[in-house]
Design a protein around this ligand. Structure first.
Ligand code: ADP
Ligand code: MG
Length: 354
């Protein structure tokens, strides 16, 4: 099925990813309708329309679905059940959502694809957590199964004394415990997949985090990651195919001595792919729109010798006057208002010439 320019694309979630998807869709002649519970989500500033309703409001979702030609999501913490009312029009489908929004489901699914994740245990009680540390050793990282992002909903335990504080830190929510991976670097594989199985990759960025939040993504990646890319792409493709995923899928990896280890997946465009807006022939946002609408794939090669994307987190955004004065720096400001600590306010990409 081809959804032609002129059609309306529904985007569930109105954050910066929805904003950049809307801009890319508009360039191809689509209109976007954003569904988000907030009064003034930053994607709504650049979209044709906005429905303000809760993600659990099935009636509002049904009306939204009736008014769009196709729907996608920029955010995975959505009630999969409620989105069933959109099933016919939703790309990627609810399967990708259900797997990616629950860390235990996600790890089980990835392992069933024959792909390696960090050794892990499901944790539903303090006793489970003690048993997990007996099995996995220290350090471990405890992560809530649902609703975690940017390092939120996580606590580390480095010794037995940390077990109870870690359990309290995540408020005793259903969780997974993971062994700490000793990695040389982190990278991601970003793949776009079409309904008929066509797929494209971008160069894999090497990702540096600060306080659990992505700080910088750089392409090409360094040698510590480069020799893992072939195997990592094959793994990402197995996951995308098993999910029958349509659109962009991102797989985060640790570059470990034993080989690439999957950290987590995101059934969507990803912060580590923002550099593709100026650094690649076709951006992840445009490619996602092309894939869900059934248009042909765009080329994904680097346009220069490389690119580097730096996130502007919280008060980093106050640097904007210097950044906009820097020749060649591509500044993106999301228009989100208050610069709370840890909040992603914008990013800047620098593309190297060949
Ligand atoms: P989020 O959903 O918040 O992105 P992640 O699971 O990706 O959560 O964790 C954020 C970061 O924390 C990772 O990118 C990595 O740097 C670090 N981290 C997470 N899990 C592990 C682990 N098992 N071993 C070592 N570092 C980890
Ligand atoms: Mg992550």
């Amino acid at each position: 099925m081809i959804v032609s320019p002129g059609a309306t694309i529904g985007i569930i979630g109105g954050g910066q990813l929805g904003r950049m998807l809307s801009v890319a869709a508009a360039q191809l002649g689509y209109r976007c309708h954003v569904f988000d519970p907030h009064e003034s989500p930053c994607a709504a500033d650049v979209a044709a329309s906005h429905t303000r309703a809760d993600y659990t409001d099935v009636e509002a979702l049904r009306r939204f679905g009736a008014g769009v030609d196709i729907a996608t999501y920029e955010f995975e913490n959505l009630p999969a059940g409620a989105l069933d009312v959109l099933a016919e029009k939703l790309r990627p489908g609810t399967r990708s959502l259900a797997v990616a929004q629950d860390r235990a489901e996600e790890k089980t699914f990835i392992e069933a694809c024959g792909v390696t994740v960090a050794p892990w245990r499901q944790v539903d009680s303090l006793e489970d957590l003690r048993a997990a540390t007996d099995a996995l050793g220290f350090p471990i990282v405890l992560k809530t199964r649902r609703f975690g992002y940017d390092g939120k909903g996580q606590a580390w335990a480095r010794s037995a004394a940390d077990i109870e504080p870690a359990w309290e830190a995540i408020k005793g929510k259903p969780a997974v415990a993971e062994a700490a991976i000793d990695f040389a670097a982190e990278f991601s594989v970003i793949v776009a997949r079409w309904q008929d199985g066509r797929q494209t990759f971008w160069d894999s960025p090497e990702n540096a985090h600060r306080d659990g939040i992505l700080h910088r993504s750089t392409v090409p990646c360094g040698e510590a990651c480069a020799h893992h890319i072939g195997q990592a792409r094959a793994s990402a493709l197995r996951i995308a195919e098993a999910l029958e995923h349509v659109g962009v899928l991102t797989v985060e990896f640790f570059a470990a001595a034993s080989g690439p280890i999957v950290n987590e997946i995101a059934p969507r465009v990803h912060n580590s792919g923002h550099w593709t807006i100026e650094g690649a022939v076709t951006s992840q946002f445009e490619q996602h729109i092309r894939a869900i609408c059934g248009l042909p794939p765009g080329a994904t090669a680097l346009v220069g010798g490389g690119a580097s994307m730096e996130n502007l987190i919280g008060r980093d955004i106050e640097r904007w006057p210097d950044l906009v004065a820097e020749p060649g720096a591509h500044v993106h400001i999301y228009g989100k208002g208050e610069a709370r600590p840890g909040r992603k306010m914008g990013h800047v990409t620098r593309v190297e010439s060949r």
